[in-house]
Design a protein around this ligand. Structure first.
Ligand SMILES: Cc1cc2nc3c(=O)[nH]c(=O)nc-3n(C[C@H](O)[C@H](O)[C@H](O)COP(=O)(O)OP(=O)(O)OC[C@H]3O[C@@H](n4cnc5c(N)ncnc54)[C@H](O)[C@@H]3O)c2cc1C
Length: 496
C-alpha cells in the first residue's frame, strides 16, 4: 500500500508532535508515524524551561502546564547548592516548571489533534530512499510493509534514530564512561524538599516528587559510576543512596529502574537532501539540568516555519528543484544551539563526577563563582532557560544607529504588554489572533510608517509597549518596526 504526504514526521515524541502541530496549523499535509502502539505511561523527564513555556504559550498550548505544574524559582548548575536565580530572568515565565514528560507528551498530542493532525501508532519506519523530487520511507505496520512518499522527511525518532541511520548521517561524540540509575520509587521517609538535591564527597543524589506521592530518585555515585555494565537493582540502588546521601529514605517499592549514561553525541549534519533531524535524533546527552526535550522542541519550532515555506514554494513551482537555503538556516542556527547545551552538560558532568578532595575543591570554587557574582549566576540561568538564544541575522537598519548592533536582533521577542487598538493586550495573544504558524509579523510600534524589510508579513500595529519593566529596559518599547519570524525571533529592526 502506498501513501503520499507533503511532510512525513517519524516519531511522535514531544518533538515530533510539536513539529507536526505547527505544520498542520499552517495547512501542510503531514503524516506522523510512531512505532509504539501506546504512549509511554511513565515519564523520563520533568523539567520544562522558560523558553519552551514561551513557545507553548505563543500557540495557546501552555495552559495545563501553567495550571498544575510545579514552579521552582531557582534551578541548579551541576546540582550545586548555590542555585541559579530564575526570578531574575527577563521572561514572563521566570521559573523552572516541573511537569511530568508523559503529561507534556499527552498534551502535545492533543494539541496536534486539535490542529487536525493524527498519529499513526504501530507504524515503524524501517528504511528510506531519496530521489530528486521525493523521499520514500518504508514503514512496517500491522504486519504489512508500506511505502510513504513525502517531499520532506523529519526524523524525530529519538536517540537511536532509524531515519538518521538510513540517511547515512553520522552521530559522533563520546561514548558512556559512567552511568547513573533513574528509578521510580516509593519513599517511606523522604527528604524535605530543600534536601531533594544533595552533593557529598561520594557523589550526588536527587529526587523529584511525582504528583501521586512517588519519587524519581537518582545518584551519581563515585564508587560505582564507572562500572557501566553493572545492572542496577533495588538493592544496589539502596546501597548507593546510603553511600551518597547517608539514608535510603525508607526505600519501598522500586517500580522501574533505567540507567542513563554520559555519552554526548550530535548528528554531523541536520539535513541530508530531503531528510532532516530534530530532537534526540540530532543530539543526546546526560539529562543534567533537564534540557533534552526543551532543546528538541526549540529545534522543531525553528524547523517548522522553514518547512512550511519550502512546501508552499514547492506547491507554486511543482517539479522545480528545492531551494535549500532556508532549510539550511535550520542547521546553521540549531546545531550551534545544540552544541552549546552539549558542552554545558559536559561541564556539569565533569563537575559532579570529579572525585575526592580535588573534586570537592573544584565544586567549591564553582559555587563561589555563582554565589559571589550575580552576573555569572544570571548568565548561567539565561543559558539553561533557553531565552538567551540569539541567531545571527543579516539585516537591520534605520534610526540614528547601526541597527545590527541592536541587542534585540536575532533574539526572541518577549511577551510584551502592549496597547493595540486602544486595548491592553499581551503581544503573544495579539500575534496568535492575527497570524498562523508560518507567518512573519511586522510589529509596528508607535506611529512610525511600517518598514517593509522585503518580506511578506502580516502587519501588527502596536500603539505603545507598556511593560514589563525589564522589557522596556531592554529597549522593546522603542518606536519602529520589528520583523518577527514565525518562531518569534526578530529578523530585522527599523528604528523610527
Ligand atoms: C532520565 C531522563 C530524564 C530526562 N529529563 C529531562 C527533563 O527533565 N527535561 C528535558 O527537557 N529533557 C529530559 N530528558 C530528555 C528527554 O526525555 C528527551 O530529550 C526527549 O524525550 C526527546 O524527545 P524526542 O521527541 O526527540 O524523542 P523521543 O522522546 O525519544 O521520541 C521519539 C519517538 O520516536 C519513536 N520511534 C523511534 N523509532 C521509530 C521508528 N523507526 N519509526 C517510528 N517511530 C519511531 C519512539 O517510539 C518515540 O515515541 C530526560 C531523559 C532521561 C533519560
Amino acid at each position: 500500500m502506498e501513501l503520499s504526504t507533503e511532510v512525513l514526521v517519524v516519531g511522535a515524541g514531544p518533538v515530533g508532535c510539536w513539529l507536526a502541530a505547527e505544520l498542520c496549523a499552517a495547512g501542510i499535509r503531514t503524516l506522523v508515524v510512531e512505532a509504539r502502539e501506546e504512549r509511554a505511561a511513565w515519564s523520563r523527564g520533568f523539567v520544562v524551561h522558560p523558553r519552551t513555556l514561551e513557545i507553548f504559550h505563543s500557540r495557546g498550548a501552555a495552559g495545563p502546564l501553567l495550571a498544575t505544574g510545579r514552579r521552582l524559582p531557582t534551578w541548579h548548575f551541576a546540582m550545586g547548592s548555590t542555585r541559579l536565580d530564575f526570578t531574575a530572568l527577563p521572561t514572563t515565565f521566570p521559573f523552572v516548571m516541573l511537569y511530568p514528560q508523559a503529561q507534556t507528551e499527552a498534551r502535545l498530542e492533543e494539541h496536534l489533534s486539535e490542529r487536525g493532525g493524527e498519529v499513526r501508532r504501530g507504524w515503524r519506519a524501517v528504511g528510506l530512499e531519496q530521489f530528486d523530487e521525493r523521499a520514500e520511507v518504508r514503514v512496517s505496520a500491522d504486519g504489512e510493509l508500506r511505502t510513504v512518499t513525502a517531499q520532506f522527511v523529519v526524523g524525530c525518532d529519538g536517540a537511536h534514530s532509524t531515519v538518521r541511520e538510513a540517511a547515512g548521517i553520522g552521530f559522533p561524540g563520546n561514548p558512556d564512561t559512567m552511568i547513573s540509575p533513574a528509578a521510580h520509587v516509593t519513599l517511606a521517609d523522604p527528604p524535605p524538599p530543600e534536601r531533594y538535591m544533595q552533593t557529598s564527597e561520594q557523589g550526588l543524589f536527587f529526587a523529584i516528587p511525582l504528583p501521586d506521592g512517588r519519587f524519581v530518585v537518582s545518584t551519581v555515585d563515585h564508587e560505582v559510576m564507572g562500572d557501566i555494565t553493572a545492572p542496577w537493582t533495588a538493592e544496589t540502588l539502596r546501597a548507593s543512596l546510603i553511600r551518597v546521601a547517608g539514608s535510603d529514605f525508607g526505600l519501598r517499592a522500586v517500580e522501574r529502574i533505567s540507567t542513563i549514561g554520559n555519552s554526548a553525541k550530535q548528528a554531523e549534519r541536520y539535513r541530508d537532501g530531503r531528510v532532516l533531524l530534530a530532537g534526540d535524533a540530532a543530539h543526546v546527552h546526560f539529562p543534567m539540568g533537564g534540557q533534552g526535550m526543551n532543546l528538541g522542541i526549540q529545534d522543531a519550532h525553528n524547523l517548522a516555519w522553514r518547512l512550511i515555506a519550502a512546501v508552499r514554494a514547492a506547491r507554486k513551482t511543482a517539479g522545480a528543484p528545492v531551494v535549500y537555503d532556508l532549510l539550511d538556516g535550520y542547521e546553521a542556527e540549531r546545531r550551534p544551539a545544540g552544541e552549546r547545551v552539549l558542552e554545558d552538560v559536559r561541564a556539569q558532568m565533569a563537575l559532579v563526577a570529579a572525585t575526592g578532595a580535588d573534586g570537592a575543591a573544584l565544586r567549591d570554587r564553582f559555587e563561589a563563582l555563582l554565589s559571589e557574582h550575580p552576573q555569572v549566576n544570571l548568565q548561567y540561568a539565561r543559558r539553561l532557560s533557553g531565552i538567551d538564544v540569539r541567531y545571527p541575522m543579516p539585516s537591520s537598519s534605520g534610526g540614528d544607529g547601526d541597527g545590527s548592533a541592536d541587542e534585540r536582533l536575532g533574539r526572541r521577542v518577549p511577551d510584551l504588554e502592549v496597547q493595540a487598538a486602544g486595548t491592553s493586550v499581551q503581544l503573544y495573544d495579539l500575534l496568535r489572533s492575527t497570524t498562523r504558524p508560518g507567518d512573519f509579523a511586522r510589529v509596528v510600534v508607535g506611529d512610525a510608517a511600517p518598514a517593509e524589510h522585503g518580506h511578506e508579513a502580516v502587519t501588527v500595529a502596536v500603539e505603545q509597549v507598556a511593560g514589563p519593566e525589564w522589557a522596556l529596559a531592554e529597549g522593546w518599547g522603542m518606536p519602529g518596526t520589528l520583523l518577527v519570524r514565525p518562531d518569534g525571533h526578530v529578523a530585522a529592526i527599523t528604528l523610527a
